[in-house]
Design a protein around this ligand. Structure first.
Ligand SMILES: [Zn+2]
Length: 217
Protein backbone atom coordinates (compact mmCIF):
# COMPACT_ATOMS: atom_id res chain seq x y z
CA UNK A 1 0.00 0.00 0.00
CA UNK A 2 1.13 3.52 -0.75
CA UNK A 3 0.54 6.12 1.95
CA UNK A 4 0.57 9.80 1.02
CA UNK A 5 1.14 12.88 3.14
CA UNK A 6 0.68 16.56 2.47
CA UNK A 7 3.80 18.72 2.29
CA UNK A 8 4.32 22.48 2.03
CA UNK A 9 6.76 23.70 -0.59
CA UNK A 10 8.13 27.07 -1.60
CA UNK A 11 8.94 27.43 -5.29
CA UNK A 12 12.56 28.55 -5.90
CA UNK A 13 11.54 30.19 -9.19
CA UNK A 14 8.50 32.28 -8.23
CA UNK A 15 8.42 31.96 -4.41
CA UNK A 16 4.84 30.72 -4.45
CA UNK A 17 4.06 28.54 -1.41
CA UNK A 18 1.84 25.57 -2.15
CA UNK A 19 0.72 22.24 -0.76
CA UNK A 20 1.47 19.01 -2.59
CA UNK A 21 0.92 15.34 -1.93
CA UNK A 22 4.06 13.27 -1.37
CA UNK A 23 4.83 9.62 -0.67
CA UNK A 24 4.98 8.78 3.04
CA UNK A 25 5.58 5.07 2.45
CA UNK A 26 5.14 2.50 -0.29
CA UNK A 27 6.00 -1.10 -1.19
CA UNK A 28 7.05 -3.21 -4.17
CA UNK A 29 4.65 -6.08 -3.51
CA UNK A 30 3.16 -5.77 -7.00
CA UNK A 31 6.34 -7.18 -8.58
CA UNK A 32 9.14 -5.83 -10.77
CA UNK A 33 9.11 -5.55 -14.53
CA UNK A 34 12.15 -6.37 -16.66
CA UNK A 35 12.72 -2.61 -17.13
CA UNK A 36 13.10 -2.34 -13.31
CA UNK A 37 9.70 -0.73 -12.77
CA UNK A 38 8.43 -1.76 -9.35
CA UNK A 39 4.73 -1.92 -8.61
CA UNK A 40 3.09 -1.21 -5.29
CA UNK A 41 -0.16 -2.73 -4.20
CA UNK A 42 -3.04 -0.32 -4.79
CA UNK A 43 -2.10 3.29 -5.60
CA UNK A 44 1.20 3.66 -7.49
CA UNK A 45 3.56 6.10 -5.75
CA UNK A 46 5.45 7.39 -8.84
CA UNK A 47 3.46 10.59 -9.60
CA UNK A 48 3.73 11.71 -5.98
CA UNK A 49 7.54 11.89 -5.98
CA UNK A 50 7.33 14.94 -8.29
CA UNK A 51 5.85 18.33 -7.47
CA UNK A 52 4.85 21.04 -9.92
CA UNK A 53 4.48 24.66 -8.85
CA UNK A 54 0.90 25.63 -9.77
CA UNK A 55 2.01 29.15 -10.69
CA UNK A 56 5.18 28.92 -12.82
CA UNK A 57 5.39 25.18 -13.55
CA UNK A 58 8.80 24.54 -11.96
CA UNK A 59 8.90 20.80 -11.25
CA UNK A 60 11.11 18.53 -9.20
CA UNK A 61 11.40 16.19 -6.24
CA UNK A 62 11.03 17.47 -2.69
CA UNK A 63 14.80 18.12 -2.48
CA UNK A 64 14.58 20.39 -5.54
CA UNK A 65 12.56 22.76 -3.33
CA UNK A 66 15.19 22.91 -0.56
CA UNK A 67 16.03 26.46 0.64
CA UNK A 68 19.57 26.23 -0.78
CA UNK A 69 18.44 25.50 -4.34
CA UNK A 70 19.74 28.23 -6.62
CA UNK A 71 17.99 29.23 -9.79
CA UNK A 72 19.65 31.15 -12.60
CA UNK A 73 17.86 33.89 -14.47
CA UNK A 74 18.02 31.78 -17.66
CA UNK A 75 16.31 28.86 -15.93
CA UNK A 76 13.65 31.11 -14.42
CA UNK A 77 12.83 32.48 -17.86
CA UNK A 78 12.57 29.06 -19.53
CA UNK A 79 10.34 27.77 -16.75
CA UNK A 80 7.97 30.72 -17.15
CA UNK A 81 7.87 30.45 -20.93
CA UNK A 82 7.70 26.67 -21.35
CA UNK A 83 6.17 25.25 -18.18
CA UNK A 84 3.79 27.89 -16.83
CA UNK A 85 1.17 27.25 -19.57
CA UNK A 86 1.05 23.57 -18.54
CA UNK A 87 0.80 24.35 -14.83
CA UNK A 88 -2.18 26.62 -15.44
CA UNK A 89 -4.29 23.88 -16.95
CA UNK A 90 -4.06 21.60 -13.92
CA UNK A 91 -4.45 18.81 -12.97
CA UNK A 92 -1.26 17.50 -14.54
CA UNK A 93 -0.55 13.79 -14.95
CA UNK A 94 2.44 11.91 -13.53
CA UNK A 95 4.10 11.67 -16.94
CA UNK A 96 3.68 15.42 -17.49
CA UNK A 97 5.37 16.09 -14.16
CA UNK A 98 8.34 13.82 -14.97
CA UNK A 99 8.64 15.35 -18.44
CA UNK A 100 8.70 18.84 -16.91
CA UNK A 101 11.25 17.71 -14.28
CA UNK A 102 13.45 16.25 -17.04
CA UNK A 103 13.34 19.61 -18.86
CA UNK A 104 14.28 21.50 -15.69
CA UNK A 105 17.15 19.07 -15.08
CA UNK A 106 18.36 19.53 -18.65
CA UNK A 107 18.15 23.33 -18.43
CA UNK A 108 20.14 23.16 -15.19
CA UNK A 109 22.82 21.24 -17.06
CA UNK A 110 22.47 18.13 -14.89
CA UNK A 111 23.98 14.86 -16.06
CA UNK A 112 22.29 12.81 -18.82
CA UNK A 113 22.03 9.94 -16.34
CA UNK A 114 19.76 12.02 -14.10
CA UNK A 115 17.66 13.24 -17.04
CA UNK A 116 17.39 9.64 -18.29
CA UNK A 117 16.03 8.44 -14.94
CA UNK A 118 13.29 11.08 -15.08
CA UNK A 119 12.36 10.21 -18.68
CA UNK A 120 12.19 6.52 -17.78
CA UNK A 121 9.76 7.36 -14.99
CA UNK A 122 7.69 9.43 -17.40
CA UNK A 123 7.38 6.28 -19.53
CA UNK A 124 6.40 4.23 -16.49
CA UNK A 125 3.66 6.74 -15.63
CA UNK A 126 2.36 6.49 -19.21
CA UNK A 127 1.87 2.76 -18.65
CA UNK A 128 -0.47 3.54 -15.73
CA UNK A 129 -2.12 6.30 -17.78
CA UNK A 130 -2.81 3.83 -20.60
CA UNK A 131 -1.05 6.03 -23.18
CA UNK A 132 0.93 3.63 -25.38
CA UNK A 133 2.16 6.25 -27.87
CA UNK A 134 3.50 8.54 -25.14
CA UNK A 135 5.04 5.54 -23.37
CA UNK A 136 7.07 4.68 -26.49
CA UNK A 137 8.02 8.34 -26.97
CA UNK A 138 9.48 8.54 -23.46
CA UNK A 139 11.14 5.12 -23.66
CA UNK A 140 12.95 6.33 -26.79
CA UNK A 141 13.99 9.58 -25.13
CA UNK A 142 15.15 7.69 -22.03
CA UNK A 143 17.15 5.23 -24.15
CA UNK A 144 18.92 8.09 -25.96
CA UNK A 145 19.68 9.83 -22.64
CA UNK A 146 21.10 6.62 -21.11
CA UNK A 147 23.16 6.09 -24.29
CA UNK A 148 24.53 9.63 -23.95
CA UNK A 149 25.42 8.93 -20.31
CA UNK A 150 27.20 5.71 -21.30
CA UNK A 151 29.13 7.52 -24.04
CA UNK A 152 30.67 10.12 -21.73
CA UNK A 153 33.66 8.61 -19.95
CA UNK A 154 32.51 9.40 -16.39
CA UNK A 155 28.76 9.62 -17.02
CA UNK A 156 28.10 6.24 -15.42
CA UNK A 157 29.96 4.50 -12.58
CA UNK A 158 31.98 1.53 -13.83
CA UNK A 159 29.95 -0.95 -11.78
CA UNK A 160 26.69 0.38 -13.22
CA UNK A 161 27.60 0.18 -16.89
CA UNK A 162 26.46 -3.42 -17.42
CA UNK A 163 23.05 -2.89 -15.88
CA UNK A 164 22.42 0.36 -17.80
CA UNK A 165 23.57 -1.28 -21.04
CA UNK A 166 21.00 -3.98 -20.35
CA UNK A 167 18.36 -1.33 -19.62
CA UNK A 168 18.97 0.45 -22.94
CA UNK A 169 18.44 -2.90 -24.68
CA UNK A 170 15.25 -3.49 -22.74
CA UNK A 171 13.96 0.01 -23.57
CA UNK A 172 14.48 -0.57 -27.29
CA UNK A 173 12.84 -3.99 -27.00
CA UNK A 174 9.80 -2.38 -25.41
CA UNK A 175 9.74 0.29 -28.12
CA UNK A 176 9.63 -2.57 -30.65
CA UNK A 177 13.08 -2.15 -32.20
CA UNK A 178 14.38 -5.72 -31.86
CA UNK A 179 17.57 -5.18 -33.86
CA UNK A 180 18.68 -2.25 -31.70
CA UNK A 181 17.67 -4.17 -28.55
CA UNK A 182 19.74 -7.16 -29.58
CA UNK A 183 22.79 -5.00 -30.22
CA UNK A 184 22.63 -3.59 -26.69
CA UNK A 185 21.94 -6.95 -25.01
CA UNK A 186 25.02 -8.33 -26.81
CA UNK A 187 27.18 -5.52 -25.35
CA UNK A 188 26.31 -6.34 -21.73
CA UNK A 189 28.92 -9.05 -21.18
CA UNK A 190 31.81 -6.77 -22.12
CA UNK A 191 30.66 -4.26 -19.48
CA UNK A 192 30.68 -6.76 -16.61
CA UNK A 193 33.49 -6.14 -14.13
CA UNK A 194 32.58 -8.67 -11.44
CA UNK A 195 30.99 -11.85 -12.82
CA UNK A 196 30.21 -13.10 -9.31
CA UNK A 197 27.79 -10.29 -8.49
CA UNK A 198 26.76 -9.40 -12.05
CA UNK A 199 25.92 -12.85 -13.40
CA UNK A 200 22.24 -11.93 -13.15
CA UNK A 201 22.67 -9.02 -15.60
CA UNK A 202 24.25 -11.33 -18.19
CA UNK A 203 21.44 -13.84 -17.60
CA UNK A 204 18.79 -11.13 -17.93
CA UNK A 205 20.34 -9.84 -21.18
CA UNK A 206 20.40 -13.34 -22.67
CA UNK A 207 16.83 -14.00 -21.56
CA UNK A 208 15.46 -10.72 -22.95
CA UNK A 209 17.32 -11.27 -26.21
CA UNK A 210 16.26 -14.89 -26.76
CA UNK A 211 13.02 -15.41 -24.86
CA UNK A 212 11.82 -12.12 -23.36
CA UNK A 213 9.72 -11.85 -20.25
CA UNK A 214 7.71 -8.96 -18.87
CA UNK A 215 8.48 -9.54 -15.20
CA UNK A 216 11.45 -10.52 -13.06
CA UNK A 217 10.94 -13.46 -10.67
ZN1 LIG B 1 6.77 28.63 -9.12
Amino acid sequence: MTALREIELECPVCRRRFASRAVASSDALGGRRTDFREFAEGTQPLPFFMHMCPRCGYTGAERDYAPDVEVTEALRERVWVELAPLARRAPVTGSEKYEAAAKVAEWQGLEPRHVADLLLRAAWCCVDEGDVEAERFFRRKAAWAFEKALESWDGVAREERAVLTYLVGELWRRVGDQALARGWFDKVQAEVIDPATQQWVMDAARQQRDCPREWFG
